[in-house]
Design a protein around this ligand. Structure first.
Ligand SMILES: Cc1cc2nc3c(=O)[nH]c(=O)nc-3n(C[C@H](O)[C@H](O)[C@H](O)COP(=O)(O)OP(=O)(O)OC[C@H]3O[C@@H](n4cnc5c(N)ncnc54)[C@H](O)[C@@H]3O)c2cc1C
Length: 432
């Protein structure tokens, strides 16, 4: 019997299977489900692929995530920027109060002296930032931080990704924030959710119980003429495919890809991320400078990582008694992570780990697909690729399937939407 073949059992593939009417087959290359939402358990510590803190707007998705995770904590964000040995509350552009007088003046002057230009997401990011926030904020935070995060020329990157991700207080609020402490909670993740136990994996485990997954089944070839997906040992006839693997990998597997599609794929670019997870034992608990902090942005080049996060401040269950735990994130465009081997020394230098504390474990995760880069070619390339895929019954969804800057809530919604389209095509009505 023909069916839908789902490629990948990350959050997108699992949700697609959950919302699809049978028959489907869900193929996962690895011996475990979860993709980037999988967690690792080591020496009593729970680590994720760096912070996977679930921000959700839709109340139905909140219920969905809580139900399958076995309960979530609702957490008020405590995030900062670490600049010149001081912590500035996030977002930088709404908390100028915490800057030294000279830097503050430069940021205020910058916002007051902005050029009167029409601001558009298609602008290069660096120009967009100056037009939006002025030269000072761009110089001290937007440029250095984003340079580290994206490992890409900010003049060649557009501002399309900033939509939900960069808080945009108006000029008056930015200036006001220089003279009195800001009280507004800005941004998409002011409140976030995290499973009470077992890290982000709890959500994956809950969903995995509801669907059938074929593990260790890596797809290697797709014959679009005869509608067959091949893995190493098996073949699966399909009517439709939902693929959640990275788009360039999907196209490589398809036989007879037209030249214009191959060309379009060659223009897709992304960054890579190394996440170094660290478990630390200490009877004194976490150093006072990090008390209650969930994550910290580090724009300065003296630190090779762009962000650290503190799992044990997000969830006490993620570290054993008398311990605390971190992640540090390094970005790259060539798979080489400068100075990542010195991460513990650097964390000690910053005062984030005490010299006398004991490192209980270090766990390194490399993500070859991490942040999709938005440049002038992305949109046009995706149009060409998706036209070809859709004509052949292939829906490419998820963060890397859709080649976008997305997150768990959006992945769940998009997987449900794709499943509903297929349910309608195959069974004549939408899923319940
Ligand atoms: C550094 C970082 C931090 C993040 N933090 C957050 C956060 O705090 N909150 C949030 O909401 N989101 C966060 N995200 C985004 C989140 O990780 C993704 O949106 C989500 O995990 C994407 O899920 P997915 O199923 O689309 O893709 P993936 O998780 O990549 O899953 C794809 C699956 O396909 C499998 N696969 C690949 N190739 C094949 C093949 N040939 N055959 C079979 N299976 C295959 C893979 O093994 C994998 O299991 C973060 C992402 C990164 C990189």
């Amino acid at each position: 019997m023909k069916k839908t073949v789902i490629i990948g059992a990350g959050i997108s593939g699992l949700c697609a299977a959950y919302f699809l009417k049978k028959p489907y087959v869900l193929l996962e290359a690895k011996p475990y489900a979860g993709g980037l939402c999988a967690s690792f358990y080591e020496n009593g510590f729970t680590f994720d692929h760096s912070g996977h803190f679930i921000h959700i707007k839709d109340k139905n998705i909140k219920k969905f995530v809580s139900k399958f995770s076995g309960g979530t904590d609702e957490i008020n964000r405590n995030a900062s920027i670490y600049l010149r040995n001081a912590f500035i509350p996030y977002p930088f552009q709404a908390n100028l109060y915490y800057l030294d007088e000279k830097t503050k003046k430069e940021c205020v002057d910058g916002i007051l002296k902005r050029k009167n230009v029409e601001i558009s997401a298609a602008m290069p990011f660096s120009g967009w930032s100056e037009a939006m926030f002025g030269k000072g904020i761009t110089k001290y935070f937007m440029k250095p931080y984003n340079q580290k995060l994206w490992s890409f020329d900010l003049k060649k990157m557009t501002a399309e990704w900033t939509g939900a991700f960069v808080p945009k207080p108006d000029a008056q609020s930015i200036v006001k924030s220089a003279y009195s402490k800001n009280k507004t909670i800005y941004g998409y993740n002011g409140v976030f959710y995290y499973p009470k136990q077992k890290g982000c994996q709890a959500l994956i485990d809950g969903l995995s119980k509801k669907v059938k997954i074929a593990l260790n089944e890596k797809t290697s070839k797709i014959d679009i003429k005869n509608k067959i997906v091949y893995t190493q040992n098996k073949k699966y006839a399909y009517d439709n495919v939902i693929s959640t693997q990275a788009l360039p990998e999907l196209i490589k597997q398809i036989r007879d890809v037209p030249l214009n599609v191959k060309k379009a794929v060659s223009k897709l670019i992304c960054s890579q991320v190394r996440c170094v997870n660290i478990g630390v034992k200490s009877s004194k608990g976490i150093p006072a400078v990090l008390k209650n902090k969930h994550w910290v942005y580090l724009p300065e080049t003296s630190f090779p990582f762009y962000r650290i996060g503190v799992y044990s401040n997000v969830s006490a269950a993620s570290a054993p008694k008398n311990s605390y735990s971190f992640y540090a994130e390094f970005s790259s465009r060539n798979g080489k992570y400068k100075n990542s081997e010195n991460v513990i020394k650097d964390l000690i230098k910053a005062g984030f780990i005490r010299k006398s504390d004991e490192i209980a474990c270090v766990n390194v995760i490399d993500m070859p697909y991490a942040y999709v880069i938005f440049d002038k070619n992305r949109r046009e390339s995706l149009e060409v690729i998706n036209k070809f895929l859709n004509k052949n019954g292939i829906f490419s969804i998820g963060r890397y399937g859709a080649w976008e800057y997305s997150f768990i809530e959006k992945n769940i919604k998009d997987a449900k939407a794709a499943a509903e389209i297929i349910n309608k095509m195959m069974h004549g009505r939408a899923a319940a």
